[in-house]
Design a protein around this ligand. Sequence first.
Ligand code: ADP
Length: 191
Amino acid sequence: MVNFLIFGPPGSGKGTQSVKLAEKFNLLHLSTGDMLRAEIAAGTELGKKMSSIMSKGELVPDEVVIEMIAYKIDHSKGIAGFLFDGFPRTVAQTIALEKMLNDRKMKIDNMLVLDVDHDELVKRLVARAELSGRPDDKDPAVIENRIDVYKSKTEPIIAYCREKGIYQPVKGMGTIDDIFERLCGFMEKFV
Ligand code: ADP
């Protein structure tokens, strides 16, 4: 099994690229954002509790996403590995993920970090709001808050992983296909 984190601020293209990468390398794409939105759409108790946190652009509690990921790791078969998208988002989630994987004789093999300019991020999120109907994309103040939360709570994971020798910056500007080719180039070294 080979496991990757795809990492970057909101609007950096993680979701778009993950779908393509998962298909090419037979990885299971695990997006905690998608899982949480599915809970909301299904009207579950958990979804109801999380929706107000998400619509403000804040992070849901670590335990919630850790539990969702643990379940998926234990109920997946026939794949070459996992591609984690939007998880981990805090250093505590990173430590929990490492432990989950280590307990199952796996590890995080590499972290691919998409670098995108701030103005381009905002532009993409505003454009996405038109198509996705996501409430957290509609309000510019919520977009800015998500970027701030990324900087304060999520970005410290980069230093943590870098120290462990798992850090690969990738230029996230250009066309979807150009970025995909760059990501494939780095992933091919591991699979
Ligand atoms: P984005 O497209 O902004 O990167 P996602 O679709 O990954 O966002 O997630 C949307 C929202 O879901 C986040 O703003 C947050 O409220 C919640 N969320 C998703 N993943 C996590 C996580 N790992 N930890 C905490 N909250 C999360």
